[in-house]
Design a binder for this molecule. Structure first.
Ligand SMILES: Cc1ncc(C[n+]2csc(CCOP(=O)(O)OP(=O)(O)O)c2C)c(N)n1
Ligand SMILES: [Mg+2]
Length: 323
């Protein structure tokens, strides 16, 4: 990876973590409501996968603030969405789990575990039909691989040779349930093996994630069909703000944090590019400034107008009322 890309990835990871801590703080102050799932600890995957995938369509889970920003949605628009403000990326009506922006080819944020996987299959089908080669990436957790929609998606994506990258973010937990209690396998790629090639990567290592997603993207673009990548990660916080994380021991958390992805990336910059402390400090300070600005923007942004309640409820010009 070249120096500029490595710096950009480091910046996005640091900004992502600062963003998540700011979201946590303002949630606790009561300025953000609804659900809030933090991505702290999993930044290498969120940042490097989005950077490497580039052009194409992305579908994600509800733990998506950082992915949305790396896709190009501004921190201001993401924070304002968390605050439920009109300037938010979903105009304040989606909240944390529903950051949606077709102009950045980013289609959520989905609250239904695994519910977005078939949507990504449909999109990949459409892209193939249109002759568009850049493909689709769908990011989901280990827990999502236990649902029927996941298996149906593997099946049809494989049968139709769809340009779809399945990216499993295996943090070994679905809320407080360890994966070994609900899946016969610790590695979920075993479930995909009959259908498509599978690869595993250390999801705490941004350089490794970037490489594997770059290779997988090239595979999609050659029209070989779908591919499955499993990234082993670890989240530092509870599942959401309402989870005290009491089911993981101090020892387990210490092992998890010893793999810190930001420290790893910093070490890469220091050793491979001999980057000194001052440059690293500048990157970190710039990241924090952008987050502070996003919080100020979100606090001051207007509430959605009452009439906005009725917008986006009906397909204009059609007889498709949602009743
Ligand atoms: C269909 C469905 N079932 C259950 C839930 C409740 N639920 C929300 S998140 C979650 C755990 C998902 O775990 P995983 O897929 O591993 O993602 P992670 O939160 O670890 O990123 C569950 C069971 C839901 N939102 N949707
Ligand atoms: Mg999980």
């Amino acid at each position: 990876m070249d120096k500029q890309l490595a710096e950009e990835i480091y910046f996005e990871m640091v900004r992502g973590r600062a963003f998540e801590y700011a979201a946590k703080e303002h949630y606790m102050k009561g300025e953000i409501s609804g659900f809030l799932h933090l991505d702290i600890g999993q930044e290498a995957l969120s940042v490097a996968a989005m950077k490497a995938f580039g052009k194409g369509d992305v579908f994600s889970t509800y733990r998506e603030h950082i992915m949305a920003m790396v896709r190009g949605i501004s921190p201001n628009a993401v924070m304002a969405e968390l605050f439920g403000k009109a300037e938010g990326v979903s105009e304040g009506k989606g909240g944390s789990m529903h950051l949606f922006d077709p102009s950045h080819y980013f289609y959520g944020g989905d609250a239904i575990v695994g519910g977005h996987i078939p949507n990504a299959v449909g999109c990949a089908y459409a892209r193939k039909y249109q002759g568009e080669e850049s493909g689709v990436m769908v990011v989901f957790g280990d827990g999502a691989t236990n649902g029927g929609a996941f298996f149906e998606s593997l099946n049809i994506a494989s049968a139709q040779k769809l340009p779809l990258l399945f990216l499993c973010e295996n943090n070994e937990y679905a809320i407080g349930t360890n994966i070994t209690r609900v899946s016969p396998f610790k590695k979920q790629s075993k479930k995909a093996e009959p259908y498509m090639p599978t690869l595993e990567v250390d999801g705490m290592d941004a350089v490794a994630v970037h490489k594997v997603i770059t290779d997988a993207k090239a595979y999609l673009e050659k029209g070989h069909g779908p591919i499955f990548i499993e990234a082993m990660t670890c989240r530092y916080e509870g599942h959401s703000m309402s989870d005290a994380n009491a089911y993981r021991s101090a020892q387990e958390m210490a092992q998890c944090k010893a793999r810190d992805p930001i420290e790893k990336m910093k070490h890469y910059l220091e050793t491979v590019y001999e980057m000194d402390e001052t440059v690293i400090a500048q990157i970190e300070s710039q990241a924090q400034q952008e987050v502070d600005a996003a919080v100020a923007f979100a606090s001051e942004a207007p509430e959605p107008a009452p009439e906005a309640l009725y917008a986006h409820m009906f397909v204009e010009g059609g007889n498709h009322a949602l009743s």
